[in-house]
Design a protein around this ligand. Structure first.
Ligand code: FBP
Length: 539
């Protein structure tokens, strides 16, 4: 194939790895654990796994270097792509192969549905090599199938038995890892030998807690978006005629928007969690944007950059109430708008009918298989542009303000999910793959592979696994209470938000646009780590 020089160079990059994963190691167990919340209910769902201690890979002083076990392991990519997924697979393969050349790795095709359909390929060096350090999930593909019905479980059991799997590695976000825990519990209950290990993936950065410092893919995705947004800043200040409204991916949480704001210094960045704390309605948010536009216009600046997270609307109390009502109404399946309206409360019905028709339609789209509203399909940048335009017209009519407003909507999402992974994501993912392999070899199940001290050099990272149940609570999805891994929202008392709120005042009326540039794979900036992780690291 006609590979670009950079593509070729990245194939030759050798990811950095904590040395402990290369030789003989032992295990250290922590204290027994609880769940994040709703302990009794979570225990009821996970009677075999609840309470497990975390485990860490520890030096095996003086122990012999043993040949690893012969293992048969399956791996599956689940949910949206995130840069680095290929390195989890290559890391897992290298671990298994270097420990024992007879071990076998199977890749399930096109996500969890591949397990149900027993659709897989055997992954060997020849197949894996072209994907080393490359973006995308296309080595085996992914989907959002949730394994939940008894028939699906039966099919999964069949596949796992046919392939005689010692382990299954589920590379996924919060919902996929919840599913991994359910599978792990199921296999133990069925007395099956297959161990299940999760790997924390998602560009959204919301699979993060005391135990998981960051999900892989976030570092690369925010670097891609930051470059794009900063280019728009320079466009705004050069052409001096446009307002760029940039919606950034990330589901409910605003981690991506916060990081991109810190990297690029837009005139305004809306953080969903703050909107929720201040209980700002759609009208209030609209007015605050209109105020900024008018203020800049009086200085002769009819241009600027505004960032908003894709989950913004879920944080506005009025829209959130509407979404919750819609979730319940639509739990039984799709309904048309005229069937929905009579089922809404008066307040929500009023809001629903006053929304631009396109947005109202997008709010009623089917939920994803895990019951989440598909926020990436709600064009809130267009919603805000329309509402702000109307607000400015009203102000003009009332003689309050007059400005030229030429908005351009942007959505940065899919372009960040399959980028060439940063060095950080290459190293992190390769380490996660090794760790997942080690946990399976160690006979552990129901854990998520973890790497601690991520802001230090990879040689100092501490690896192991935390029980998935420790991150769970009970939430309402598709009209039912279910155990799920708690999504981490932006912590308004955290360091990243504190720095943002200190600095943002100075970005409003100036053009302090910051240019982080494209991702660097070589040179002095090649190992730089995103601001959020650096500022909120626990050690
Ligand atoms: P994951 O939780 O699967 O990693 O989702 C990542 C994500 O990119 C979200 O930011 C976004 O809301 C969603 O996927 C979009 O989903 P889809 O790929 O189905 O359009």
């Amino acid at each position: 194939a006609d590979l670009s020089p950079l593509h070729r160079a990245r194939l030759e990059y050798f990811p950095r790895l904590p040395p402990i994963l290369k030789g003989a190691f032992g295990w250290r167990e922590g204290e027994p654990t609880n769940s994040a919340d709703d302990a009794e209910e979570i225990k009821g769902y996970f009677p075999n796994l609840y309470g497990q201690p975390p485990v860490f890979i520890a030096p095996n002083r003086g122990g012999p270097v043993t040949i690893g076990k012969t293992l048969r392991v399956g791996v599956v990519l689940s949910g949206g792509p995130a840069p680095g997924g290929h390195n989890v697979i290559s890391g897992l393969f290298d671990y298994l192969y270097n420990r024992n050349r007879d071990s076998v790795l199977f890749g399930f095709l096109n996500g969890p549905s591949g397990i149900i359909k027993n659709n897989y390929v055997q992954l060997d060096e020849e197949r894996i090599y072209p994907y080393r350090n490359q973006g995308g999930f296309h080595i085996i593909g992914s989907d959002r199938t949730k394994i939940e019905t008894p028939e699906q479980f039966e099919k999964v059991d069949e596949t796992v038995r046919k392939l005689d799997l010692d382990g299954l590695v589920v590379i996924g976000g919060d919902d996929s890892n919840t599913n991994a825990a359910i599978l792990a519990e199921h296999f133990v209950a069925q007395k099956m030998k297959t161990k299940v290990i999760g790997v924390p993936k998602t560009i959204d950065g919301d699979l993060r807690n005391e135990f998981v410092e960051t999900s892989f893919g976030f570092d690369t995705a925010v670097k891609v978006y930051s470059e794009l947004v900063s280019n728009l800043g320079y466009d705004a200040i050069s052409a001096k005629k446009s307002w760029h409204f940039c919606r950034l991916m990330g589901r409910s949480a605003s981690h991506i928007t916060l990081e991109v704001a810190l990297q690029t210094h837009p005139n305004m960045a809306l953080i969903g969690e703050e909107v929720m704390e201040k209980k700002q309605t759609l009208t209030q948010v609209t007015r605050s944007i209109a105020d900024l536009i008018v203020e800049r216009a009086t200085m002769g600046k009819n241009f600027g950059v505004i960032l908003l997270p894709e989950g913004l609307v879920e944080f506005m109390p009025d829209v959130d109430k509407l979404i919750l009502e819609l979730n319940e109404i639509l739990a039984g399946g799709h309904l048309e708008e005229d069937q929905i309206i009579p089922k809404l409360t008066e307040q929500s019905s009023y809001l629903f009918r006053s929304l631009p028709p396109l947005i109202a339609k997008q709010l009623t789209l089917d939920r994803d298989p895990h019951g989440n509203v598909q926020v990436s399909k709600i064009e809130s940048e267009r919603l805000l542009i329309q509402m702000v335009s109307e607000e400015l017209k009203e102000r003009k009519k009332a003689g309050l303000a007059s400005c030229s407003f030429s908005p351009i909507p942007h959505f940065f999402g899919y372009e960040g999910r399959c980028s060439l992974p940063s060095n950080f994501d290459c190293n992190y993912c390769y380490t996660l793959g090794h760790t997942a392999g080690a946990l399976i070899e160690g006979g552990r199940t129901g854990l998520v592979a973890t790497v601690r001290h991520l802001t230090k050099s990879p040689e100092q990272w501490v690896v192991g696994g935390y029980p998935l149940t420790v991150m769970m609570d009970i939430e309402r999805r598709k009209g039912k209470n279910v155990p799920v891994i708690k999504k981490a929202l932006v912590d308004l008392k955290g360091e990243a938000f504190r720095i943002f709120s200190e600095q943002r005042g100075s970005w409003r009326l100036t053009e302090d646009y910051r240019c982080p540039g494209p991702i660097q794979h070589f040179g002095p900036m090649a190992d730089s780590i995103n601001f959020t992780l650096m500022s909120e690291a626990r050690d």
